[in-house]
Design a protein around this ligand. Structure first.
Ligand code: FAD
Length: 398
């Protein structure tokens, strides 16, 4: 049996963030990851201002700024007219050191975290090690693993299940994850095609209505990520063919000619919330605890905020002698934020972009334009959408 103080299941952004925070306080951490390396799937790309503030003391934000793209504004846009509401994040100056969104691939963020924890002698990351079982008693938690070296049991004081949407830890704890799955499939495609040279005043993050549908354009330093939705009656299989993808891309820039697509992936979205974030010595964080539409880019950011909140409490208990009852505050502080500020907000963002009726779209855009042209309303909107309000709400919860 190997010993750690905290075992973290999952080397995604949430598990590695927790490892970084605990490792910096000399707490002995083992991270167990089923895959052989950090995932390079096309997943998150948007980092919100408070996440950048939180990661700055660890040198991670500086690396992200080197490799990512600053987005001073984001917009909601009517295509092809180009009429838009532009949200200028400089309104957040004074509330954050990073009054902008940063576009940087989740896989790069993961690598920066892995590099940082690699420098901490008390953090061990074990790849190709799958967690298969878990039990706990009054003193310890016992985690069963399977790796190429064979089966093993790790003992620890605490365990964090940061093992994603299909969390084994959540299943082993028999914690329900109620919610539903949205009907649509989104096709995410990456391309070097310079959309910004064809669409006037396009922000680096742009959510767009087109006649009868929607798309979004998110820019990274050397490419654009395009979220496409198959037209009515078109199957996902058809939408994955190059011909149909070209058609969808030509809805955005008809005169583009053949647009080279580098990578593509279809995905479905859930909205779900774990019934509990804690059972005894085991805690859930990130996608293991909550799932939402990526509209607004809040899932991973929220999971990172979970890791900060939970680790602050572990640090107080393990290094400062705080009473263990403060660990209960984690669920009280973070679960309502996931439900009301992340899942429901992302649902509203998704619903807004799925509105097809031209008159209702016009009314929504008028309303958003009134918001963006009123400094008080704009700041209030951005405090919410940039996840600052959610963090403050959690901090104010006893
Ligand atoms: C297309 C898309 C775009 C997105 N865009 C954004 C965005 O812009 N901003 C944003 O904030 N969020 C975004 N998200 C959401 C974001 O990707 C997730 O919220 C984030 O990956 C959650 O991180 P995590 O660490 O909780 O889980 P994961 O990243 O899923 O990591 C979990 C890890 O646990 C490992 N694991 C699982 N089971 C076991 C086991 N039994 N034993 C050991 N290891 C195990 C997995 O291999 C995995 O590495 C997007 C998602 C998608 C699909």
């Amino acid at each position: 049996m190997r010993q750690a103080t905290v075992v973290i299941v999952g080397a995604g952004p949430v598990g590695l963030t927790a490892a970084l925070l605990l490792g910096h306080q000399d707490i002995r951490v083992t991270v167990l990851e089923a895959e052989s390396a950090i995932s390079d799937d096309l997943r998150a790309s948007t980092f919100h201002p408070p996440t950048l503030d939180m990661m700055a003391p660890y040198g991670i934000t500086a690396r992200m700024l080197e490799e990512g793209l600053i987005c001073p504004t984001w917009q909601i846009r009517m295509h092809p007219t180009g009429d838009r509401a532009v949200f200028d994040l400089s309104a957040l100056a004074g509330e954050t050191d990073h009054p902008y969104r940063l576009q940087c691939e989740q896989s790069k963020f993961g690598q920066f975290l892995l590099d940082a924890v690699g420098a901490l002698p008390n953090v061990t990351v074990r790849f190709s090690t799958q967690v298969t079982g878990l039990r706990q008693d009054g003193d310890k938690v016992y985690v069963n693993t399977q790796s190429p070296a064979g089966a093993e049991v790790l003992t620890a004081d605490y365990c964090i299940g940061a093992d994603g949407a299909r969390s084994t830890i959540r299943r082993l704890l028999d914690i329900d994850m109620a919610g539903d799955i949205y009907p649509e499939t989104t096709i995410l495609a990456t391309t070097r095609f310079p959309f910004h040279e064809h669409l006037d005043d396009l922000s680096n993050v742009s959510y767009c209505w087109k006649p009868g549908g929607t798309f979004s354009l998110l820019r990274l330093p050397d490419l654009w990520r395009v979220s496409l939705h198959p037209r009515e009656g078109v199957s996902v299989e058809q939408a994955m063919t190059p011909e149909v993808q070209q058609e969808m891309l030509h809805d955005i820039v008809p005169e583009a000619g053949d647009i080279e697509v580098l990578k593509t992936r279809p995905y479905r979205i859930h909205r779900r919330l774990a019934a509990a974030y804690r059972q005894g010595r085991v805690f859930l964080a990130g996608d293991a605890a909550h799932l939402n539409s990526p509209s607004g880019g809040m899932g991973m950011n929220g999971g990172i905020h979970d890791a900060f909140n939970l680790c602050e409490k572990f640090i107080a208990v393990l290094t400062e002698g705080a009473d263990v009852s403060i660990l209960d505050r984690y669920e009280r502080q973070r679960r309502p934020v996931a439900e009301e500020e992340i899942i429901q907000q992302a649902h509203r963002n998704r619903s807004r972009m799925r509105e097809h009726d031209p008159e209702r779209r016009r009314a929504i855009l008028d309303d958003l334009q009134r918001t963006t042209s009123d400094p008080v309303k704009l700041k209030s909107y951005l405090m919410k959408s940039s996840m600052i309000d959610g963090l403050r709400r959690a901090a104010a919860t006893a």
